[in-house]
Each structure stands twice: as C-alpha cells, then as structure tokens.
Ligand binder design. Structure first.
Ligand SMILES: [Cu+2]
Length: 351
C-alpha cells in the first residue's frame, strides 16, 4: 500500500517536472536582438556634455570609463570589431595550432602545457585513485551488510550500540586520508602563488563583461571582447570557437615565466586558463598574483570563472603563445598600436 502511494507520488512529480524542464530556454543561444534587461534609473541628462555626444576617437570614451559601453547596451556581448569593415588578424601573428581548446564530449582535462598544470592534474588523478578506493571499500561494506545481515541470514540481530575501537577507526581513517591528500595538494597550491623569477608581467582586469590587459613593463594595454559568429573566420578562428575566441589576444612568449596580476573594476571575476593550470580571482581593490609558464606554442582559451553578472559567459579569454622572435615583432606592433614605451627608452629619457 505504502509502496503504491510512493510510486504514484513519484510518477506525479515526474509528470509535473518533465514539461517544465522541456520548456527551459536554450541557454546556448541567447536572443541577440532583443534587450534582456531594462536599466533602472533616470534617463541621461541631455545637458551633460558627456551624454549623447559621439567622440571622434572611440578609444577616448573607452579610456574614461571602460565599462560605460557595456552598461549602455546590455543586450549581449559587445565587440569593438562589429563596425570594422576589415577586421584583421590580431597583430599579424602567424597561424598557430589550437591547443587549449575543449573538445566536444571530452571528459578529461585540456592539454596541460605548464609546470603548475602538470602538478594540478597529477594531484587530481591522485585524489581520483583515493576516491575510487573509498567507493570500492564502501560498496563492499554495503554488499557485506546486505548479504550477511538481512532478516533471513541474521534473524536475531546483536543489541550493542557502541564499539569504541570501530568509532576511533572511522574517525582516524578519514583524518589520515585528508592529511595524505593535503600533503600533496597544498604544495601545489603554494606553488601557484610563489612567482618564480619572472620575465614578463601582465595585469588582467575583469570588467562587466570583458577583460583588459596591461603589459606593465611597456606601458600599454588593450581590451578583449568576444567575437560574434560572423567575426570568427576573418579573425582566423573556426565556427566551433564561438563563445571562446576573442578579438584581441594576450600574447606571451613560449617557455617564459609570466607573472599574472589579476584584479577587477566592478565585481569579482576570475581569470582562468585551464591549460596553464591558472585560475585567479580578480577582486576590485586588490591585486592578486599568480604565474604560469607555457611550454608549447599555440592558442589557448579560458573563461571568466566567477559568476559576475548577465554576460558572465560572454567574456572568454584567448592567449596566444608564440616564439620569442614572433613575440618581439608583436611587441613592436603593440607598442606602436597602443602607445607603449620600451623600458630602455624610459631609462634613456631619465638620463
Ligand atoms: Cu567575469
């Protein structure tokens, strides 16, 4: 009787939940044309010279308030390339293999290309082995109880309620397991934070909803916006790189220790590139530091990994790892493009 009632309740719940689940919107495809939210507050004051005026240099507005554009048009990812009639491949970099890319249906980690990534994947595999052993042990215990202590096999159960030895064992056992895991995982955690002798410092700033990069040694920076579907091919990406490829890319030389400084301008973001084993929260008012060393030339994608608002999923990260020579050429291009300086120029000017 009770079973029948339970089964009916279960079937009813299913019948109610299934149509609701079927009506869930397709999250992969946000409607691009219609505004998703209406901004509260007053309409902009036309007397304010900053309102309604189109500056000759669109970069100027970006400089004053980098996140203004994103707030004014909260209709989806913003890309500065939309009006660009001839989008060009960023910095004239040569073709690079796609390495840090998720694969359809893949279950394992993305290709690891740096010391921190190797270590984190090792720790993960190690913990998986421990977990598998625990699962086997607990399943064995369950089967043992089911077979030897059911009503038929054991009609008169024992009446004791305490067993000191057993209780000590099931307390100490897990504690020991945690100590073993911690002794392997904590050194890796500290390794991510101890920046070895760095050769390049890059500061990433999270905005709602894009990333900004500053090459602090060279006094220049740029922003990084997600590419729309029709912008992928001209920029050298494939259709499946939608939601990952960006207009600009952070460019770093191969086999170089990069000190990564991460912060945010509005809310908490997180700069994460799986292939480097790097994930660092960007917190407004704080400068967090981590590092990576990419040991293979190629293109790597990453994502903002701290829920940061409406377009959290539309602020991906693209990093291009290139040879030293290509990097030097790109650096020349970028210093020209963004008005940076070379450290030797600064020294010469000081003298
Ligand atoms: Cu974010």
């Amino acid at each position: 009787m009770k079973t029948a009632r339970l089964a009916t309740a279960f079937l009813l719940t299913l019948a109610l939940a299934l149509p609701a689940a079927a009506q869930l919107p397709d999250l992969q495809q946000p409607p691009a044309d219609e505004p998703i939210i209406e901004l509260p507050g007053e309409a902009p004051d036309p007397a304010d010279p900053a309102v309604g005026e189109q500056p000759d240099d669109p970069g100027a507005l970006q400089e004053i308030a980098p996140d203004v554009e994103a707030i004014e048009e909260p209709v989806g990812p913003v890309s500065p390339r939309v009006d660009d009639p001839e989008p060009q491949i960023w910095g004239n970099l040569p073709e690079l293999p796609f390495i840090g890319v998720p694969t359809q249906g893949g279950v394992n980690y993305m290709t690891a290309v740096g010391p921190v990534a190797y270590d984190t994947i090792w720790v993960s595999n190690f913990v998986h082995v421990i977990m598998a052993l625990i699962v086997i042990f607990v399943t064995g215990l369950l089967l043992y109880c089911i077979i030897f202590f059911n009503k038929k096999a054991n009609p008169t159960p024992a009446r004791f309620t305490h067993n000191t030895r057993l209780e000590v064992a099931w307390t100490l056992g897990p504690v020991l397991i945690l100590i073993v895991i911690g002794s392997f995982s904590l050194p890796v955690l500290f390794k991510q934070l101890e920046v070895p002798e760095e050769e390049l410092t890059i500061k990433a700033t999270g905005y709602q909803w894009f990333w900004g990069y500053e090459y602090v040694d060279y006094d220049f920076g740029f922003e990084q916006f997600m590419l729309q579907r029709d912008e992928l091919e001209p920029a050298g990406y494939l259709p499946e790189h939608y939601l990952m490829a960006t207009d600009s890319a952070m460019v770093v030389p191969v086999n170089t220790n990069v000190r990564m400084q991460v912060t945010a301008a509005d809310v908490i973001h997180s700069w994460k590139v799986m292939s480097f084993g790097t994930m660092m929260d960007g917190i407004p008012g704080r400068l967090n530091e981590t590092w990576f060393r990419a040991e293979q030339e190629g293109i790597y994608f990453g994502f903002c990994s701290e829920l940061c608002g409406l377009d959290h999923s539309f602020m991906p990260i693209t990093v291009k790892v290139v040879s030293r020579e290509v990097y030097d050429e790109w650096l020349d291009w970028a210093i020209d493009q963004f008005g940076g300086t070379r450290p030797e120029e600064t020294v010469a000017a000081a003298n």
